[in-house]
Ligand binder design. Sequence first.
Ligand SMILES: [Ca+2]
Ligand SMILES: [Ca+2]
Ligand SMILES: [Ca+2]
Length: 319
Amino acid sequence: MSQSEGAVGTYKKWDFDARMEVEKQDRRKVPKGVLSLLAFSPERAITLLYVLLALAFVLFTTLAIVNLQRVSAAWEALEQARTRSENSHATAWHNLSEVQHALDQQLSAELEVIHSRLLNVSREVENARWKMTQCKAGCGKELSDRVRVLEERDTLEPVLRQLAEVKQEQSRASALLDAALEGTRNLSEILCTSCPAGWQQFAKTCYFFSDTTKPWPSAADFCAGFNAHLAVIDSEQENKFLANHIMGNRVFWLGLTDAHKEGDWQWVDGRSLSLTFWNSGEPNNVGHHGEDCVTIYSSGHWNDATCSNSEAWICERSC
Ligand SMILES: [Ca+2]
Ligand SMILES: [Ca+2]
Ligand SMILES: [Ca+2]
């Protein structure tokens, strides 16, 4: 490198640095230029102010438009919310009205039922009152009748008491009479030491054994003529007693018959047959006329025979 070239390079470098320094100084000197422009150039300052004012107006207008749009959107949202609120309010009011209407109807129906019940109760009370009014006359008469009956009962009480005493006396007299009759009967039995002539005694009873024979009805009539009846067997001892007085092959009528109804044996004193001593194969009711009257053998056995047969008989009477 030559010296001149070195000088040129040095100059260029200085020139560049100087220029940069100048530019820095220029950049630092700009505010001073504007201030100087504002301070010393009113037209340019006014122009600048206008420009700034226009910018501010544009900015303000822009901001206003933006804010207006936001306010409009907010207002619209508010309006929608208010509409929804009104709709909700209307719906709720409608539902509330329906509920109230339903409640009114239900309440009205219940009130009607209650009113009906009250009406029935009122009728029942009125009916009861009417019955009480009607009862005042009838029941009063009935009550007075009852009082009169009670009073009469009080009046009759001494008479009734005397009547009861008389009844007691009568009862006592009746008991005494029964005792006397029983004593008389016992005395009679004690005094029954002998039966009528030709009659046999057994256990305070007298028996007549006939020597002749008759049909059963005639034999019964015979006994009745002696205040007696054909023999009625009350016990095995009595049956044995009668059998012991029958000799040989003789048979005697007893007071037993089924003439009124076949098979329905009845004693002549009205008692039913309970104790029997039928012979083997008896009663057999044989023959054209049947056998409706009973005889007793010496063995003590019985046989049904034709009532028109002529047989001996036994009468019986109390001693
Ligand atoms: Ca007897
Ligand atoms: Ca018979
Ligand atoms: Ca027979």
